[in-house]
Design a protein around this ligand. Structure first.
Ligand code: ATP
Length: 514
């Protein structure tokens, strides 16, 4: 990570703590690695993101319904899903720094560095050749670029091979051949690469003799698969249809050093879309596009998103891609879109002995549906929004301000109600305005400190509007509305405040933009 971005990330993390968005879990005991709590403002922002997703799925698509399955599931679920045998990450330690890494991530980072080198060559050449420069032609002929590309392709092929065959010695050899050094110790002194299962287990049952081992779900998807027929039958759903769910998932991640990007307890927003076999690629493309639009409507900048196709497909997938986001530490996975075939339902049929098939009334046939999944991390959405909203600004008068330009519909509070002084009946008037607005807009009331200071505090938690009640309010029933982003103030009649703000702050309006 470049130094500037590194600093930005550090500032975002400390801002999140200072302003009640995210605290380390059980902080009074020095925290718990890769586990975090959401504070008073974080919980609101998180709930708003959930609402935006849930409404998108279940209101805008009349063939999608939502469920809320339990975290604990019958242990055979995880045998059938492949998680007991294959939910592993390759782990490697550096003997000098004693730091632990995911071997595949080390290799992927090395590939990203080679890709950067190609980009630099292209940039240099573009400057040299000016307008007549043809980037595609340059990439396909320049010997240095071709050399890098060859190495990238070879590395990708070896990585794919090692990952799909569980060949840990091959992984280690790849790390050696690429001359990967530990960013902390700077040495190449690596242990062997070992497989590490990411599932947490615990015991169910009160007596030791009848207790049995169960897992904390590592993904919410399986709760949807095992309920496929329940929902299909009771909801009289016709294929194609989807089941959506928001819930906690748990993974004993090997490396958990990137704040809420990679946590051991996190939340997923997943939707499984059940389709006719053979139609999955059409729906895969459909959902790729739809999900990107959902992200783009937030207005955080279209350049901050990109697709990344998977070369190493998971055991259940016949096509998969990520929507990556430009996080402070670079482009990384925000959401996964996977064509999961009939792997899960078929496997649950086998292990449970129950039929999990759909009867098609049109061609009077039974079949196991194929599934296209969209799976986005709620915490990663949160991190993306927080880090892109965070801005340190120098104002015209030379002062500084830190502002969170959170999209208004997602902001923890929509309006701050600020009586200019604590006397002359201004607080009472302000309370009356708040009592009227609070049913439609989340309000925050504050009368302490100078108004400029209060504005800054609201900027720092991303409140899009401040309403100031002053002496003129008592005379003519008008207030000023201050806009967080432009800092412009406008005098409006109290009677017009609601209609003025509600449009900009409504999640439903955000949904209309998709
Ligand atoms: P990664 O490659 O980053 O480990 P993944 O491919 O294993 O992620 P999926 O199993 O596809 O992730 O999970 C779907 C989504 O859940 C991811 O796109 C991500 O947003 C989120 N997610 C996965 N693992 C974590 C985690 N440890 N902490 C926070 N969010 C996570």
């Amino acid at each position: 990570m470049a130094n500037q971005e590194d600093n930005l990330f550090k500032n975002v993390i400390s801002h999140a703590k200072e302003y009640g968005f995210i605290f380390p879990s059980s902080e009074i005991y020095d925290g718990l690695s890769a586990v975090y709590d959401y504070g008073q403002n974080g919980a609101e922002l998180k709930n708003n993101i959930k609402e935006y997703w849930w409404k998108f799925m279940t209101l805008l698509h009349d063939n999608i319904v939502g469920i809320d399955a339990a975290i604990f599931m019958h242990p055979t679920t995880w045998k059938a899903s492949g998680h007991v045998d294959a939910f592993n990450d390759p782990m490697v330690d550096n003997k000098d720094s004693k730091k632990r890494y995911r071997a595949d991530v080390l290799v992927e980072d090395a590939i990203a560095k080679m890709e950067e080198k190609i980009d630099k060559e292209v940039e240099k050449a573009a400057k040299r050749f000016g307008e007549s420069f043809d980037a595609a032609m340059f990439k396909s002929t320049n010997p240095r670029v071709l050399e890098y590309q060859k190495k990238i392709d070879e590395t990708n092929a070896r990585l794919k091979d090692a990952m799909s065959n569980g060949d840990m010695a091959g992984m280690k050899q790849l790390i050696i051949d690429l001359e990967i050094t530990d960013p902390v110790s700077g040495t190449k002194n690596w242990t062997d690469v070992r497989q590490f299962n990411l599932m947490f287990s615990t015991e169910i049952g009160s007596l030791a003799e009848d207790a049995s081992k169960i897992y904390l779900r590592p993904e919410t998807a399986q709760g949807i698969f095992v309920n496929f027929l329940n929902v299909q039958k009771t909801g009289r759903m016709k294929i194609p249809f989807g089941i959506a769910q928001i819930g906690k998932a748990f993974r004993n991640e090997i490396v958990a050093r990137q704040f809420i990007f990679r946590m051991r307890e996190f939340e997923q927003m997943e939707m499984q879309f059940f389709v006719k076999p053979g139609e999955e690629m059409k729906w895969y493309e459909f959902w790729k596009e739809k999900r990107l639009k959902w992200h783009l409507a937030l207005g955080l900048g279209n350049d901050n998103y990109r697709y990344h196709d998977h070369l190493n497909l998971a055991h259940y997938a016949n096509a998969a891609c990520d929507i990556q986001f430009n996080f402070p530490m670079g482009f990384k996975e925000l959401e996964g879109i996977h064509s999961r075939t009939d792997f899960d339902l078929k496997s649950h049929e086998k292990y449970s002995g129950k039929k999990l098939q759909y009867f098609d009334p049109e061609d009077t046939q039974n079949f196991i549906p194929y599934v296209v999944e969209t799976s986005v991390g709620l915490d990663r959405c949160f991190l993306g929004i927080l880090s892109k909203s965070y801005q340190e600004e120098k104002l015209e008068d030379g002062s500084d301000r830190v502002v969170l330009r959170i999209p208004a519909p997602l902001a923890p509070n929509k309006v701050a109600i600020l009586p200019l002084t604590k006397k002359d009946g201004l607080p009472e008037k302000a309370q009356a305005i708040m009592n009227d607005l609070k049913y439609d807009l989340r309000c925050f009331y504050e009368e302490k400190d100078a108004i400029g200071k209060r504005y800054r505090r609201q900027d720092a938690i991303g409140t899009p509007y401040c309403i100031t009640i002053d002496h003129q309010t008592l005379e003519d029933d008008t207030v000023t509305i201050r806009d967080r982003d432009s800092m412009k103030q406008e005098r409006v009649r109290i009677a017009d405040v609601r209609s003025k703000l509600i449009d900009a702050c409504s999640i439903n309006n955000l949904l209309r933009k998709i």
